[in-house]
Design a protein around this ligand. Structure first.
Ligand SMILES: Nc1nc2c(ncn2[C@@H]2O[C@H](COP(=O)(O)OP(=O)(O)OP(=O)(O)O)[C@@H](O)[C@H]2O)c(=O)[nH]1
Ligand SMILES: [Mg+2]
Length: 440
């Protein structure tokens, strides 16, 4: 039997570091040692979605870490999981894109393009039956924005293959550069067609989430462990057999009703930390209700202020379907989520027996039962409008524009990119307006 395969790429510091935590999570879930040896000898094919079995019982992640600044990759290459990866898993440059989209897209990015493309094609060729590409990066970084667009313009993902982009959006209170909003808006514009859907997170919300879970000195490792939990939850159904599965294709069909409205938000039930564990058996009702609480979402905007197109609920652990339906009825009563007039069913449900596993050194503890929600909600436009306003303020003064122009970007691309952002925002706004009209 051929198992479906997914190729995963991490781009720039954020992409590489968060993918590093994801692979640490996956080796726990698939009972592999730090160097990829199978600990429990079994016929289980679940690991083949993300790993290649290069020699008997030795599994190598089907992944590529790309960064224009070599230091991020070097941290993984010298860490305790260094032997998990092969030499073809890394493409590193000499100098970063210095927070400038144009450097990643037109100048320094080109220095690693050939090497990265060759390694990527090799991964694709090794697949038995490739069904997806999953990419993680920040929108704010020069590499995460500019190099991502360069790379996928050279290596477009065929339409038959599901393309998922996981993106760290900038949040002003957590910004590490002044050009974050230029990079984000430019990335959206040129990369609009590269991925079927984009799952958005922001660090400020992830940070608040870590505090709520009882983490005191929050670091990127903590934020990345939260990300890794969510990513592993929406890939778990593809990896382990379950009564109600959900593949990347099903996610796309259910969550993206129109091609332009493809920005997905998420929330999760409590993760539990070693400092603040979940000390009782959490019921399906409780965990489902948590998804709709402000403190449990993983993107800044409040879902209840927008209109839901659809919600995908991925449960993990032993959960009865009757319990899930009861829980959803309860959510409808308590939180009254507003759905579009043309889709009243709203919820896509998946369940997989495999509970959450965490890296051995993680601060989080996990829980036998958990649920992650991915949702398409018009409230995303609030953030898109903020990106636009902050972009406009800088561009009005032409601040920093010369850096972009000197690296090869035409100044006209700034207003073009801004216009594209406006188009997405208007599409979502139109749906909200339609909702207020009587339905024929
Ligand atoms: N969650 C999370 N965010 C990160 C991490 N590293 C960086 N960031 C965020 O990502 C944004 C900056 O992007 P980076 O990924 O550092 O930039 P890059 O893609 O390497 O691009 P350049 O360094 O400009 O070439 C900032 O908002 C950071 O807070 C990480 O490991 N986890
Ligand atoms: Mg960097």
């Amino acid at each position: 039997m051929h198992q479906s395969n997914v190729v995963t790429v991490g781009i720039g510091q954020c992409g590489v570091q968060s993918m590093g935590r994801y692979w640490r999570t996956l080796i726990r879930e698939h009972d592999l040692s730090d160097s990829g040896w199978q600990i429990v000898n079994c016929e289980d094919l679940s690991a083949m979605v993300h790993f290649t079995e290069h020699s008997q019982n030795k599994f190598t992640p089907r992944c590529l870490f790309m960064d224009l600044d070599a230091t991020t990759n070097e941290v993984i290459q010298t860490s305790s999981i260094k032997d998990l990866f092969g030499p073809h898993s890394f493409a590193s440059g000499q100098i970063s894109a210095a927070n400038c989209y144009a450097r990643g897209r037109f100048s320094t990015g080109k220095m690693i393009l050939n090497d990265a493309s060759n390694k990527y094609r090799r991964l694709v060729e090794e697949c038995d039956r490739q069904i997806g590409v999953m990419k993680v990066s920040s929108l704010a970084g020069g590499t995460g924005s500019g190099f991502t667009n360069l790379f996928f313009s050279e290596n477009p993902i065929p339409k038959a293959i599901q393309s998922t982009s996981i993106e760290l959006a900038p949040s002003a209170a957590f910004a590490t550069s002044t050009t974050a909003y230029y990079n984000t808006v430019l990335q959206f514009n040129e990369g609009y067609d590269s991925f079927r859907y984009h799952i958005l997170f922001d660090n400020l919300t992830l940070y608040k989430r870590c505090l709520m879970e009882g983490v005191s000195d929050v670091s990127y490792v903590h934020l990345n462990d939260v990300l890794a939990q969510v990513i592993s939850s929406f890939t778990v159904s593809m990896r382990f057999a379950g009564t109600m599965d959900c593949s990347l294709e099903k996610l796309a069909t259910n969550l993206v009703p129109f091609p332009a409205m493809k920005y997905i938000l998420s929330s999760t039930s409590r993760l539990g930390t070693k400092m603040k564990p979940i000390d009782h058996k959490i019921s399906c009702n409780q965990m489902t209700c948590q998804l709709f609480k402000k403190s449990h979402r993983l993107f800044s905007e409040r879902f209840e202020e927008g209109l839901f197109f659809a919600c995908n609920l991925q449960y993990r652990g032993k959960i009865a379907i009757s319990e899930v339906h009861k829980a959803i009825n309860k959510v409808r009563k308590i939180y009254s989520p507003k759905f579009t007039q043309w889709c009243k069913t709203g919820f896509k449900i998946a369940n997989c027996w495999k509970p959450t596993c965490l890296p051995t050194d993680s601060f989080f503890q996990g829980n036998p039962g958990s649920v992650v929600m991915l949702t398409n909600n018009t409230v995303v436009t609030k953030s898109l409008k903020t990106f636009g306003t902050l972009f406009d303020k800088m561009f009005h003064e032409r601040a920093c524009v010369y850096w972009y122009v000197s690296e090869g970007l035409e100044e006209g691309e700034f207003p073009d990119a801004r216009e594209y952002l406006e188009t997405i925002t208007q599409a979502y706004d139109q749906e909200e307006k339609n909702h207020d009209k009587p339905f024929e």
